[in-house]
Design a protein around this ligand. Structure first.
Ligand code: GDP
Ligand code: MG
Length: 166
């Protein structure tokens, strides 16, 4: 089994922290350098029974940038071509325009999307269900997975859910 996975989310939601945890220090540091390619491979996780290729999709997670039609199309095509999209959000922050912008881009594609609610170590357990309910109304996510990329909570479970869909 193998597949391409695009991690999408606003700055600071924890994308690099997640990649660091699942792939390792070196590659995540490289991914913070200025991007020279359109669809950058951020890292490859090779397990005995599955290989996951994580790629970045520039253009989708920069809602404040006015992008040309071409770049927007490139980003959109990438989303169509990957096997899975991980849409990462910060549990500490409410649903905002940045999230709305990204969800709009998902409307025209058939790629499955997992909602990854990160930083659950920062919230009270009672706060989780309302967040899940809010997002459920916005988009038909294939899975909704709360994690802490920093502390590792639920990360193994997310990897196993990714594996199941590839
Ligand atoms: P990116 O911009 O999406 O790549 O976000 P980063 O991975 O750089 O993380 C942004 C900040 O959030 C850093 O200070 C991380 O240490 C912190 N962070 C990431 N994941 C978590 C988490 O699960 N819990 C907490 N408390 N902090 C986190
Ligand atoms: Mg980053």
């Amino acid at each position: 089994k193998s597949g391409f996975i695009s991690i999408i989310g606003r700055p600071n939601v924890g994308k690099s922290t997640f990649l660091n945890r699942v792939i390792g220090q070196k590659i995540a540091i490289m991914s913070d350098k200025p991007q020279t390619t359109r669809n950058k491979i951020q890292g490859v996780l090779t397990l005995p029974d599955v290989q996951m290729v994580f790629i970045d999709t520039p253009g989708i997670h920069k809602p404040k940038h006015k992008l040309g039609d071409f770049m927007m199309k490139v980003a959109q095509n990438t989303l169509k071509e990957v096997d899975l999209i991980l849409f990462m959000v910060n549990a500490e922050e409410g649903f905002g325009r940045g999230e709305e912008y990204i969800l709009e881009k998902f409307q025209s594609i058939n790629t499955p999307v997992f909602l990854v609610i990160n930083k659950i170590d920062q919230i009270h357990p009672d706060e989780l269900l309302p967040i899940i309910e809010t997002y459920k109304e916005k988009y038909p996510f294939k899975e909704i997975v709360p994690i802490s990329a920093l502390e590792g909570n639920n990360v193994e479970r997310l990897l196993s859910q990714i594996k199941d869909i590839l």
